[in-house]
Write a protein of this length. Structure first.
Length: 363
């Protein structure tokens, strides 16, 4: 489950069987629970998980929405009274129904667990690999959403962990560094793939995972093997992203500026807990856009309140010959896939098969 699972704040109403033994769940209607697509509910203090599908009906008078329950992966949803709405449709690899194995990647402080998926298409090129990188505060399960489309294309997939995500070994300070150090763990996963015969590698990055993918494309010793980036809700500029989040939280601008200064200072580690200051210039891929030479698909939604959509649009406008912007109607961070999985999969598959189109697209 996501490592920063918040307090259960979603009230679960009736869970019942409809025609053909289909399970349904009744929920309070909200912007989240009435959004189209596929989502999930964590319940039972994170021990239970159910995949939630299409809207079956709404009751405006009662303020409720009824949705189809596609699967219950763990726990008893019928006895649950509260839960957490999530984009993690696949909590583990098993619901994907694809052959996989557990592997261990040697990293700086030990071994980082990963899932390796062998493509079902025996005719696929075994040198084509996809590496899937999850976001801030999450787990590698969050990156499973990109595996089915990679499988359809015959890619071997590696879904990785990295320092401080509670799966991989922690760093000395136990703090996230916004991709500044985490990319070295994912580079170790790239090295593993190369050692297994990978020569063409597509990086799928989600939020912070996209920042890590950008670092790899610019700085990795294996960057010549990286053939494309699929970046979902990417963070191109951490300085501006954090400042925008502070503004949205109504934090006074001087306070936000001081916070950023402290994160970037070696003299305030006793406050920040970081064993090295953040280099916001090195984390700024709006400024570093010219350092990139690989095709990039940017997938984002205009309502994202965590990672400003305007920054993604600006990045693509700076490198239109290389980068393509694909927008989805979702208003939640990293839930573009959830809003329309079939369209997301089709768009990514088309881009990987045919190369980047010459203009931005919307769905």
């Amino acid at each position: 489950m996501p490592k920063t699972l918040r307090r259960e704040d979603l009230q679960i109403g009736r869970v019942f069987r409809a025609a053909e033994e289909t399970m349904m769940v009744e929920l309070p209607a909200s912007a989240r629970t009435t959004a189209p697509g596929r989502y999930s509910i964590w319940f039972g203090n994170g021990r239970g998980h159910a995949c939630i599908g299409e809207i079956v009906s709404t009751d405006a008078g009662a303020g409720t929405v009824t949705r189809r329950v596609e699967r219950v992966d763990s726990g008893d949803l019928r006895t649950a009274r509260a839960g957490i709405w999530s984009g993690y449709v696949y909590p583990t690899p098993e619901p994907l129904g694809l052959p996989f194995s557990d592997v261990q990647i040697p990293v700086e402080n030990g071994m980082a667990p990963a899932w390796r998926f062998t493509p079902r298409q025996s005719s696929g090129d075994p040198s084509n690999w996809a590496i899937h990188i999850h976001g801030l505060g999450g787990s590698k399960a969050g990156a499973l959403r990109g595996v089915p489309v990679a499988d359809r294309l015959g890619y071997t997939s590696l879904v990785v962990s990295f320092r401080n995500d509670r799966d991989a070994p922690a760093s000395a300070d136990g703090r996230y560094h916004l991709g500044q150090s985490e990319w070295h763990d994912v580079e170790a996963a790239v090295a593993y793939a190369v050692g297994q015969g990978a020569s063409r590698i597509v990086l799928f990055g989600w939020s912070l995972g996209a920042s890590i993918a950008l670092q790899l494309a610019a700085s990795s010793e294996f960057r010549e093997r990286i053939s494309g980036l699929v970046l979902n809700a990417p963070v191109f500029d951490w300085r501006r992203t954090l400042a925008d989040n502070a503004t949205s939280s109504k934090l006074p601008q001087p306070v936000a500026a001081l916070g950023l200064k402290m994160l970037g200072s070696s003299g305030t580690h006793w406050v920040t807990g970081l064993d090295a200051p953040l280099n916001f210039d090195a984390l700024d891929f709006l400024a570093r856009a010219d350092e990139l030479s690989v095709p990039i698909l940017v997938i984002h939604n205009e309502g994202d309140r965590s990672t400003p959509f305007a920054i993604s649009r600006e990045f693509v406008s700076r490198r239109p010959e290389m980068a393509t912007l694909l927008t989805f109607p979702s208003a939640e961070h990293t839930q573009e896939w959830n809003s329309d999985p079939d369209a997301w999969n089709a768009a990514v598959e088309n881009w990987l098969r045919n190369g980047p189109p010459s203009s931005s697209d919307s769905l």
